[in-house]
Design a protein around this ligand. Structure first.
Ligand code: AMP
Length: 280
């Protein structure tokens, strides 16, 4: 009996599409957490939310090549499969899907294109990135038909585009989970492991300054352009960073009209050759 229970509780590791289809055949209320691995507490929060809200939870680990607009970036993306699987086991995840590139990209799909108004923030600086994200998620949803998908607020623009795209096309609902940060307020990210000690400390300081900026803008929205300009200048003077964007955007439609609407401060910058993004 004891062994039967252990067997039933075991996390199922799936590599083949055919095995996946068979394994989840009767799971109609599946929660899905797509990841690129190198898991941390940010991913854990999504998994916990899925476990709380869904009968069963499926986590995918797939470093999706089509969302990288830079070959080197793809090559050096951190990978920790053994550690990840132990981590997921401890979280009692039901299914882990580890597809190969061939399994996912078995057919071409050139249909996904962002429109001009979507070409902002990361979409402007990482050409083809979100087309790759939407393409892979579309393939996953076709295969898995999850009831719910859980994504992180840290990648808010990604969540925003995926929610629109997937909910328009499928019955699947896409939910957001708040950003998990370390003790220095830096948002957890698999890419943080690529930072050296000095830049790791600096990112904590920069994040606190960005949080302060958000508070200042909140108190005086009309001055947001000047406040952003001043902090950009200060950061560029004191840190060896390259800021791609630092912008306020309306959270309902990502437009720039923020004076009377809920908004977020979005940032992307390079430090120590690592690209970090965040929002507040
Ligand atoms: P990734 O493995 O980086 O592709 O991320 C997989 C999912 O985890 C995405 O939905 C991310 O937004 C989410 N995620 C990554 N970092 C965090 C974090 N610090 N807090 C919450 N969610 C996160």
């Amino acid at each position: 009996m004891f062994y039967l229970l252990i067997f039933l509780l075991q996390m199922k590791l799936i590599k083949l599409k055919t095995d996946l289809i068979k394994a989840i055949e009767y799971d109609k209320k599946l929660g899905f957490v797509p990841t690129m691995g190198s898991l941390h507490d940010g991913h854990k929060a999504l998994i916990k939310k899925s476990k709380k809200n869904c009968k069963k939870t499926l986590v995918s680990i797939f470093v999706n090549p089509t969302q990288f607009n830079n070959k080197k970036d793809y090559k050096i993306y951190p990978k920790n499969l053994k550690k990840d699987l132990n981590y997921l086991k401890k979280l009692n995840v039901d299914y882990v899907y580890l597809p190969t590139i061939k399994q996912i990209y078995w057919k071409k799909n050139d249909e996904i294109k962002l429109n001009k108004s979507q070409n902002i923030l990361c979409a402007k600086f990482r050409k083809g990135h979100f087309e790759g994200v939407l393409d892979v998620l579309n393939r996953f949803v076709e295969l898995i038909s999850p009831q719910k998908i859980f994504m992180g607020e840290k990648d808010f623009q990604q969540f925003f585009l995926v929610k629109n795209y997937i909910e328009n096309k499928y019955d699947t609902k896409v939910y957001v989970c708040k950003t998990i940060r370390d003790k220095n307020k830096l948002a957890l990210s698999s890419r943080n492991s690529l930072l050296n000690k000095k830049s790791f400390i600096e990112t904590g300081i920069i994040t606190k300054k960005l949080l302060k900026l958000k508070n200042k803008i909140n108190k005086n929205r009309k001055k947001y352009k000047k406040l952003i300009f001043d902090l950009k200048k200060e950061l560029s003077k004191n840190f060896d960073i390259k800021i791609e964007y630092l912008e306020c955007r309306n959270t309902q439609n990502l437009s720039t009209s923020i004076l009377k609407k809920p908004f977020k401060l979005f940032v992307a910058y390079y430090i120590n050759n690592v690209r970090l993004i965040d929002n507040f």
